[in-house]
Design a protein around this ligand. Structure first.
Ligand code: IVH
Length: 671
């Protein structure tokens, strides 16, 4: 027992040191696998000796039951907000006002910090332990979100260097862009509404009642202020950062001390050029007087401190007019209103459409045909209408009304209680069928090359297919009769369709487009062994699978309850489509595979790998938890470079993407 306690203490210390190196200093000292091994040993030890568990143990980041609500908490000192300056000229004006307020005091220096677009948070440490995390709220009273804050890996549960003096640190919690994109891809695949931007997604995550969900969102945090400290007072803000860093709190490595306002302007412009390359969104810089005594002299106006300002970059927005409002019908029959716009340049691309999300959104924003609207690019997703410009509304416009019938098939479009959207009630609706076919044949599904939008339109128009099972009855003569379909392409398409019959079960499950079943859920469901087993499973059985929640379980049940869907599955099976899981799908539970350099990573293969077919390399990477993508971009985490790797390798090098050589990869091919 005594020995176990000692080992647990030693492990905690070691894990904490590595966590800090990884999350705070961005300088990992061990491989992820070694780190995970330490955590596993500790979990094991604590499982055997529960009395050894301490609240600040790294195993205790996610714990307890979902909360009922959040307690209000009054901040000891208010969380102020800042006055804005737009561009260099206004920044100089701010500086001039500051210098007048400082009168004959010595000239200040300026701390310049990226203004990360997230949510401010106050974190209290007592006796060296994370005691409380509180949102900003209205600046005076926030909400206690401690259990959610504990899930953020860059925030320590214990201060470094054995420090026990009281500390209140403030900072910005945010969602990294890469995580945001993955989250939205997943939501799109599962038919869930997308987050407009990382900030909204972060705000949602921080206020989740169930910390397990917050933990999945992978929030991050930069600290930028010391609001209270039991040690010596500091003379400069630079010393605040030194203190935060010494105590193990993450600060932004791009923070920079500037001697003059000209230097600040240079920093503003330079960061403006680099902002698209950061893994977080910034909307400007925060400029603060570095010398703390000078802050006291500068004082505050009725609203803001005079000693700091937020300099903003021009927003990525534009105005244009609405030509039309279309209503699109998705795969699930969901009706989405879309504004067709007079084309306009926005953040480097021409934009001619913007989503209006749903009925309530159009209603709330009252967007009408003919309106001048402000549009905005939020994150990487399609632009959205921020608002209309009422003064520019022409005479005689009419309020937009969502149609009560499907614009494609004319069936009733129904909005159920509690749903934000209307759905076309006709399962045979051609618009739905089209989207269903595209989804089925798409990359995450059966991956039928050559089955694009134009072809799907023709197949449906000519009545050659009615649903996805019809693809397997297509005949050569019929295909050759279609527009722009030569004998060769018809043969290729039939080959592709034939090949798709052997795709793993998870791809079929994803391809069927069951609500809430994205690629990941499909992989987990495939582990039941066959589509028959899945169709016969009770929702409770499904929920018992790790990571399958009640929504997904219910959606699967509803799907198989419908005779039309059962018949569809029967037709697919009769056509020879694989409905049993492959060995590879049954082998390891995804989480059970040892962590590897590919786990959770987007990987690109390039060049030839001696003796390893590309399909085998891809399957192996997927088995090891990675995702294989075709082209190198900012989103690529790792490039596996074989012989004669050409431009992809060069591009990866230019982007600073990690490269794994063929030899090392060959070792990962063996288990
Ligand atoms: S300092 C009096 N520093 O911007 C100082 N704020 O309006 C108050 N923010 O609510 C804040 N990065 O959420 C500060 N490096 C930074 C910041 C930052 C982002 C946010 C913060 C605050 C708002 C200011």
């Amino acid at each position: 027992m005594e020995q176990a306690r000692k080992r647990a203490d030693a492990l905690r210390l070691e894990i904490e040191t590595h966590r800090r190196a990884y999350y705070v200093d961005n300088d990992p000292q061990v491989s992820d696998a070694e780190y995970d091994e330490l955590e596993r040993e500790l979990v094991d030890l604590e499982r055997r000796y529960p009395e050894l568990v301490t609240p600040d143990s790294p195993t205790q980041r996610v714990g307890g039951e979902p909360a009922e609500g959040f307690e209000p908490y009054t901040h000891a000192s208010p969380l102020l907000s800042l006055d804005n300056a737009y561009g260099a000229d206004e920044l100089r004006e701010w500086d001039a006002r500051l210098r007048r307020a400082l009168d004959d005091a010595p000239a200040p220096s300026y701390m310049v910090e990226p203004k990360v677009d997230g949510l401010s948070i106050a974190i209290h440490f007592e006796d060296g332990r994370l005691r409380r995390g509180v949102t900003r709220g209205d600046g005076l009273v926030g909400e206690d979100v401690t259990s959610n804050v504990r899930t953020i890996r860059s925030i320590p549960l214990r201060l470094a260097a054995g420090e026990t003096r009281a500390l209140e640190a403030r900072g910005e919690v945010y969602l990294p862009r890469s995580v945001f994109e993955r989250l939205n891809e997943k939501r799109a695949a599962e038919g869930e509404p997308l987050f407009a931007n990382p900030r909204n997604a972060a705000a949602g995550a921080l206020r989740m009642l169930d910390p397990r969900i917050t933990a999945e969102r992978r929030l991050d945090c930069f600290f930028y202020d010391v609001a209270a400290w039991g040690g010596d007072p500091r003379a400069t803000h630079e010393q605040n950062f030194e203190l935060l860093h010494r105590l193990g709190l993450r600060t932004n490595p791009l923070n920079r001390l500037c001697g003059t306002i000209d230097e600040v302007i240079d920093a503003f412009e330079e960061l403006g050029r680099r902002r698209d390359m950061l893994d977080y969104e910034i909307d400007g810089l925060v400029v603060k007087v570095n010398e703390l005594p000078l802050r006291g002299i500068a004082g505050a106006t009725s609203k803001f401190p005079r000693w700091a300002v937020a300099v903003k970059y021009p927003a990525q927005q534009a105005t244009t007019t609405v030509r039309k409002i279309l209503v699109q019908v998705g795969r699930t029959g969901k009706l989405t209103p879309v504004a067709e716009l007079e084309p306009v340049q926005l953040a480097g691309t021409t934009v001619s459409r913007a989503t209006l999300h749903n009925e309530d959104e159009v209603e709330r924003k009252d967007v009408r045909v003919g309106d001048t609207v402000l549009i905005e690019k939020a994150g990487e997703i399609i632009p959205q209408v921020v608002k209309t410009v009422p003064t520019k509304r022409p005479e005689g416009t009419r309020k937009f009304k969502m149609p009560a019938r499907c614009p494609v098939c004319g069936s009733a479009a129904i909005r159920e209680e509690g749903e934000a959207a209307r759905y076309c009630s006709n399962v045979a609706c051609p618009a739905q069928q089209k989207e269903k076919l595209l989804h089925f044949a798409g990359r995450g599904g059966m991956d039928i090359q050559g089955l694009g939008e134009a072809l799907v339109d023709q197949l449906l128009d000519q009545g050659l297919v009615k649903d996805v099972s019809g693809l397997y009855d297509l005949e050569r003569e019929a295909l050759e009769g279609l527009e722009r379909m030569a004998a060769k392409s018809a043969a290729n398409l039939l080959d592709e369709i034939e090949r798709s019959k052997q795709r793993p079960l998870r791809r079929l499950l994803f391809g069927l487009g069951i609500r809430h079943v994205g690629e990941r859920a499909a992989g987990l469901l495939a582990r039941l062994g066959s589509i028959e087993a899945l169709a016969g499973a009770e929702p409770e059985e499904l929920e018992a699978l790790d990571e399958i929640g009640p929504k997904t379980a219910a959606a699967v049940g509803q799907f198989f309850e419908q005779p039309a869907n059962r018949e569809l599955v029967d037709r697919l099976a009769a056509a020879g489509v694989r409905t049993e899981a492959s060995e590879e799908e049954l082998a390891p539970a995804p989480g059970a595979v040892e962590p590897s350099p590919f786990t959770g990573k987007t990987v690109v293969l390039t060049g030839t790998l001696p003796g390893i077919p590309r399909s085998a390399a891809k399957a192996r990477i997927e088995y090891l938890g990675g995702k294989v993508s075709g082209s190198v971009s900012k989103k690529t985490d790792l490039v596996v470079a074989g012989e004669a790797a050409g431009s992809k390798r060069t591009k990866a090098e230019a982007l600073g993407v990690t490269i794994m050589e063929a030899e090392e990869f060959a070792a990962w091919m063996k288990s």
